[in-house]
Design a protein around this ligand. Structure first.
Ligand code: NAD
Length: 356
């Protein structure tokens, strides 16, 4: 049977390489922007200031208030400040939280965003936005939130701590995995998946062993770019649904939750996705059982492999099972209550994945 697929390329510009942050003023000018508001999280105020300094008079100000899951109050404050300072765009510097804040402003106020990512989460490559109000996170897709331009400078990732480098890298690999069996998968996406996952799997052990290894940092960020592009191009399945539910309901940390769940979600889907298994095996150095290989990789990187370690109580499992089964979505293997419960129990305990 020949190929049959739909693939829509997203209109984005990417500049990649050590030191490319110096080209940010040029990039801003090329987009026709004159005064941009720099967004970052409080922990990265210094990096935000560094970016504002690089922009000189092109920076309208720095707002260092980005937080996980974009609380709606923070989004409103950022939008009001952008208006007050007469900013004509935003530069979001940081991980998914800072970039998510830029997207929220783009959604409500139409200001163009330039992203300068410093983790491997991949939000910069997607039209997906999220906003949290009264403890409820809403997400959606809107082409208006897609950053106009992305500056990947691996030098900015040198300060990302080893633990977060490991889990953020596993978060990126999770996008790649689910791109392989997505309902909107395509040959272009599969190429990005294999190359992106391969680069991360090769680089992460060196990144964790020596955070100052710039070559390994660049290879990891290159992989994260490809995995982010996969997330932007496809619809995610069981793994992302579970992590979204765990994060939204129990407030578990984003990248760490992805790391603990991924091997088990892969083990669940493996029997129904033989082509994905073959592609992942290639990306994982020929390992015949990708679920097991991902579990071993997380262990090698020193990441927490159990949801228990992340603070989840065992009695929360049934509630998460129910929520994961409420709205139907595409997944290679049909979802069963007993199957999802067994998956979550194994992930909670941090036991090896139950690969079939
Ligand atoms: P994050 O942005 O919350 O960053 C975690 C912490 O690491 C922050 O304190 C941050 O300041 C710090 N940090 C980031 N880069 C650093 C660096 N280079 N050096 C030192 N410290 C650094 O974490 P994240 O995992 O990147 O993003 C998670 C959030 O992004 C979640 O809310 C998630 O839902 C969202 N997300 C959205 C998408 C999307 O497509 N919309 C994709 C992935 C993640």
């Amino acid at each position: 049977m020949g190929h049959r697929f739909t693939y829509e390329a997203l209109p984005m510009r990417v500049r990649f390489g050590a030191g490319v942050l110096a080209e940010l003023p040029e990039e801003i000018a090329a987009l026709g922007l004159a005064r941009v508001l720099v967004l970052c999280s409080p922990e990265q105020q210094d990096t935000g200031q560094l970016v504002a300094d690089a922009l000189g008079r092109g920076a309208a100000g720095v707002l260092a208030e980005a937080r996980m899951h974009v609380p709606v109050e923070v989004a409103r404050r950022a939008r009001d400040l952008a208006v007050e300072l007469a900013a004509d765009g935003c530069v979001a510097v940081g991980g998914g939280s800072a970039i998510g804040l830029g997207k929220a402003i783009a959604l409500q106020h139409r200001l163009p965003v330039v992203a300068v990512p410093t983790t491997y989460a991949g939000s910069e490559m997607t039209p997906i936005w999220g906003l949290t109000e009264d403890g409820q996170k809403r997400t959606g897709r809107d082409p208006r939130v897609l950053p106009r331009s992305v500056i990947y400078d691996p030098e900015l990732t040198l300060t990302l701590p080893g633990g977060l480098s490991a889990t953020s890298g596993m978060n990126a690999i999770a996008h790649a995995v689910e791109g392989l069996y997505a309902p909107d998968a395509s040959p272009m996406v599969s190429l990005m998946v294999e190359e992106g996952a391969r680069a991360l799997v090769a680089a992460l052990p060196s990144v964790v062993a020596d955070g100052a290894d710039l070559d390994a940092r660049a290879e990891a960020q290159y992989g994260a770019w490809l995995c982010g592009a996969v997330l932007g191009a496809t619809t995610m399945s069981l793994h992302h649904k579970l992590c979204h539910t765990l994060g939204g309901t129990l407030d578990l940390p984003h990248a760490q939750t992805h790391t603990a769940v991924l091997p088990h979600a892969v083990a669940y889907n493996q029997p129904a996705a033989p082509q994905a298994v073959a592609a992942l095996s290639r990306a994982l150095g020929g390992h015949p059982d990708p679920a097991q290989a991902l579990w071993e990789l997380a262990g090698e990187l020193g990441a927490a492999r159990s949801l228990r370690e992340l603070g989840m109580a065992e009695q929360d499992i049934p509630r998460i099972v129910e929520l994961a089964l409420t709205s139907p979505y595409a997944n290679p293997r049909p979802l069963t209550r007993s199957g999802i419960e067994a998956l979550l129990r194994t992930a909670w305990a941090g036991a090896p994945p139950a690969s079939g």
